[in-house]
Ligand binder design. Sequence first.
Ligand code: GAL
Length: 350
Amino acid sequence: MLKKILGTVLCAVIAVTALTGCAGSGKKKVGVSMPTKDLQRWNQDGDYMKQKFEAAGYEVDLQYAGNKADTQLSQVENMINSGCKVLVIAAIESSSLGTALDKAAAKKIPVIAYDRLLMDNDNVSYYATFDNYKVGQIQGEFVKKALDLDNTDGPYNIEFTAGDPGDNNAGFFFNGAMDVLKPYIDSGKLVCVSGQTDFDSVATPEWSTATAQSRAENIIGSNYADKQIDAWLCSNDSTAQGVVNALDSRYTLKDKWPVVTGQDCDIVSVKNMLAGKQTMSVFKDTRTLAERTVTMVGQILDGKTVETNNTYNNNKKDVPSYLCDPVFADINNYKEILIDSGYYTEAQLS
Ligand code: GAL
């Protein structure tokens, strides 16, 4: 008899959890799907969001998918089946989660695309990100200013390393930078000696540092035996670290180190900046984006108007979006941007 009662109670608890998305704790559960632990920023995004969601009274199911799209798909489906009330997803491949998004829609589970727009599916409720085209523009403008392209004759030699072709952001970064720099390429003031200036030629699968390094080593070995490289436009820090490693090992004119751009202000890259090997990194404060996302989830679950300031079309719909503003850090302002703001301690950068 007791067994029967316990069995009935257990079934009731499971049913309530599945229906309300509130585990035994009675808290609403939020699923947070991050691409990988291999890149510093996603660990910060995930940890900070978990902290902020829990402080706001939610239960959090935080998963990292090791940069494997099929792993991310099954993790998101498990979040749906375990009763998550909202999903926050930074997609590994922007169009790879359609079946999970359809399942979420069937259960009326809103989905927030985090940092990377989820493409080709109607069931994306909101998008929270930084202005990624502006990230590229900032990188392009930095190179333009560093080489003083409007007031000097050149020509200057430049190379490009973009991001993962499966990441919708990578195109925005590259196009933002190229829209600034292309006029100088067309006029001959900027010369890409390798000739590799189209996205597909300069893209880096999985944003891999090793892949970026090996491509840069080949470019340096084939084109710059006795030539100066004046700039290397890298779309983020993990690829910039690969380019810096290649310059360290293969570039002969070490006293004429190129301007090297990046993004994310990873600790390794900020240390390279302090060593004069990376020139700048676009700073996207993951605390800002995580806090905005927590706010959006609260507005969704409380039935309030979700604050947005833009829309992005994902090939199926115009997704209401909130864009945060990126800035850049270099040797001149990193203390204010990164240390005074509490993002890093001096010790972390020493
Ligand atoms: C992008 C992200 C960047 C960059 C890259 C590698 O989508 O917006 O911050 O680091 O992924 O994870």
